[in-house]
Design a binder for this molecule. Structure first.
Ligand code: BDP
Length: 697
């Protein structure tokens, strides 16, 4: 059978298939397919071709046709299986079969899903669900699918306690935590069970269940809370999802009562080893730790004069005997900067800290790198750290929760942003994209085999205990697209949007589909167009927790997030020639591309250069006129969404309609506020009138 992984979903598919008069058969490795005469059109056969099976060197690589005696399976059977008269035949010479891979074929009137392991079977099943009727058409082409990144993770910034400023979920916009209530792991975890199924269906296979800022109560999940963590892990497991914890680097002191957390101290090492032993005794398939160290006040190895390889390896060695992994975050910078000092540049920090450590991390450490060098802005260049560490396992970190992209009050479909990030050709003369850098394709590591360990894709989750899971019901599309892009970074984000619309509003009136597509398709670019311009970032209100405009809100603060606007111009000079030198952290051709005003893309202009307002963009318009025009045009777009959505009243669920309508009203208000403040700010700084003649206040 499917074993614990997938069992729940098999039951579900069994019920759904039965509704169509079909049945589900689960075959063990090597078992014969059912007789073609006995199957009906909606029958589904699931085959697990076990990886653990002995290699039958030279033997015919066949899943036997109906009626034939089972043969020992070949590990490669599933890889290139094709249907011929009810038999699955695998070709020679196929590379190794990965556990997450599946093959779907129509064979002898039956839809057959073959997988190398239970997780692949699970994904194949969800693929059938996604396809619906089409999976049972006799012209359905054979499909072979596998994820690009081995780890596809979601990080929850959930606290057990409700933080007085941040709430229960840090940067959460969908209510409280689905994991915790009343100071502990929830008694009723049914929401988590649903979430697990949801994540399995989009290919997510790892979840960290507590905030990277580890407060004292949450730190104890690692010790006193383990039995409760195990209850959560039990719910994730059937859906192929492994559970991780964020841990505090100071745990030996905070939890263990030791005088130090120094990685070189034998007592500290023993404390971590014992802690890991206890975790695995309770949760044998525990994933590992996520660590934010020496960052924004979190403790770390710097306190002991050690570097981040020392720190990460300390934890890695405790996890190693159990097969666990440390996701060590590269989000390390000085958050106590002097804004008067123009020499420090927060964008440089991760590279300056980590690039020199390449090759020093143990094999079970993954360095988790935010996609941009600053902090999840609407537009940033890709972090140069991802190209600078060929001997380190890397993961790229995205943010599904809409911290800087409208708090799930604004429609902002982020699939296109993540698609750009993952397919950005960052390294080796622009031949290797970010997805390749984090997914461990051969040739990156200097090992005899040329094999390199992979890292993965990770992101901050956007769900909470809200009725619609994500506050804004349309923000569910971001969760969906994240999982699907982590599986296949080449997927077209617009097609994924339509896929989400189709699955979420099955059988809906075509007007529903068209309107949703219109609202969401370009919504990231629309959001960008009414907020901070041309890659300059921030300009958000610190008081409202990064929501709404405050052009100088971070200009004279300690956080290193400046735009340097004056009467003559705006932007951060990060060139090598005259600026902070950040552009020099990129490999060619990007260092030259960003260094030179003539080639720097418009959307990143102010990230890399300080220019006069009269500077002419590649688009042909001046910086100042671009700011004026795009802010105003974008608000016109958002306003047009209101009547479009109103027209769907009665065609979608009433409560959902009302929730989206309420959020759209807020989006129009907020976008208008952005437009007016940014336009006025630029006018007052520069004194240059808006050539379009629109009012400026
Ligand atoms: C920033 C958030 C902060 C997080 C931090 C992080 O504002 O709440 O703790 O990132 O990623 O974007 O650690």
């Amino acid at each position: 059978g499917a074993g614990p992984v997938g069992a729940t979903v098999v039951d579900e598919v069994r019920r759904a298939t039965a509704a169509h008069g079909g049945s589900v058969t689960v075959l063990a490795p090597g078992e014969a397919l059912p007789d073609a005469a006995s199957v009906r059109s909606h029958d589904l056969v699931l085959v697990v071709a076990s990886r653990a099976a002995e290699r039958d060197s030279g033997a015919a690589r066949q899943v036997p046709p109906p009626g034939r005696a089972p043969q020992p399976p070949h590990p490669n059977d599933a890889l290139v299986a094709v249907a011929t008269d009810g038999a699955l035949v695998a070709a020679d010479g196929a590379p190794g079969l990965s556990p997450d891979m599946f093959v779907r074929v129509r064979a002898g009137g039956t839809t057959v899903v073959v997988a190398g392991a239970a997780t692949g079977l699970l994904y194949g099943l969800h693929d059938v669900v996604r396809l619906g009727e089409d999976a049972f058409g006799d012209d359905a082409p054979p499909v072979r699918d596998l994820p690009v990144a081995p780890v596809r993770m979601l990080d929850h910034w959930d606290n057990i306690d409700v933080h007085p400023v941040m709430g229960q979920v840090e940067r959460g916009y969908a209510g409280g935590s689905i994991f915790y209530a009343d100071g502990r792991v929830r008694e009723d975890l049914s929401r988590v069970a649903d979430y697990a199924r949801l994540l399995g269906s989009i290919g997510i296979n790892a979840v960290a269940i507590n905030n990277v800022n580890v407060h004292r109560t949450e730190a104890r999940l690692l010790t006193d809370g383990l039995a409760d963590v195990a209850r959560v892990a039990d719910l994730f497991r059937p859906h192929g999802v492994r559970t991780y914890l964020s841990v505090s680097f100071a745990s030996p002191v905070v939890l263990g009562g030791l005088p130090t957390s120094d990685p070189a101290d034998p007592d500290v090492q023993a404390w971590w080893a014992a802690a890991a032993d206890r975790v695995y005794a309770t949760i044998p398939d525990f994933g590992g730790f996520v660590v934010k160290a020496d960052s924004e006040g979190q403790p770390g190895p710097f306190a002991y004069g050690r570097d981040h390889a020392d720190g990460a390896n300390l934890l890695a060695r405790a996890l190693r005997p159990h097969g666990g992994t440390v996701f060590w975050r590269a989000f390390v910078y000085n958050h106590e900067q002097d804004w008067r000092d123009r020499r420090t540049d927060r964008a440089r920090a991760a590279y300056d800290h980590f690039a020199p450590l390449d090759g020093r991390f143990d094999d079970n450490v993954v360095l988790q790198v935010k996609y941009g060098p600053i902090d999840f802005q609407t537009r940033e260049p890709i972090s140069p750290v991802l190209a600078a560490m060929p001997r380190t396992r890397l993961a790229v970190e995205l943010q599904v929760t809409q911290e800087y992209t409208g708090h799930q009050k604004h429609v902002c479909y982020l699939g296109p942003l993540w698609s750009q990030v993952l397919t950005f050709p960052l390294a080796e003369d622009a031949t290797r994209d970010v997805a390749a850098l984090v997914s461990g394709l051969p040739g990156r590591r200097d090992t005899p085999s040329g094999e390199l360990p992979a890292g993965g894709v990770t992101a901050v989750s956007n769900v909470g205990d809200d009725e619609f899971w994500t506050g804004h019901p349309l923000a569910q599309a971001n969760l969906y697209a994240y999982g699907r892009l982590a599986w296949d970074p080449e997927a077209d984000p617009v097609a994924l949007l339509d896929e989400w619309i189709g699955l979420t509003f099955p059988g809906a009136d075509p007007r529903v589909r068209d309107t949703l597509h219109t609202l969401m398709d370009g919504s990231w670019l629309t959001y960008e167009a009414y907020t901070a311009p041309l890659g300059v970032g921030f300009m958000v209100d610190p008081g409202r927790m990064h929501y709404g405009p405050n052009v100088d809100g971070y200009e004279y603060s300690k956080w290193g997030t400046y735009h340097f606007a004056d009467r003559d111009g705006i932007g951060v000079d990060r060139t090598v020639a005259t600026g902070t030198g950040y552009a020099g952290q990129y490999p060619s051709p990007w260092r030259e591309t960003y260094e030179d005003l003539a080639t720097c893309p418009d959307e990143l202009l102010l990230f890399f250069h300080h220019v006069p307002y009269s500077h002419v963009l590649h688009s042909g318009t001046t910086v100042i006129q671009h700011v004026y025009d795009s802010r105003a045009d974008a608000v016109d777009v958002v306003e047009s969404w209101v009547p479009a959505w109103d027209a769907l009243r009665g065609l979608v669920d009433d409560r959902l309609h009302a929730r989206v309508a309420e959020r759209l009203t807020e989006q129009v208000r907020s976008a208008t506020e952005w437009r007016d403040q940014v336009r006025s700010y630029f006018f007052r700084k520069s004194g240059v009138p808006d050539a379009s003649g629109r009012p400026i206040y």
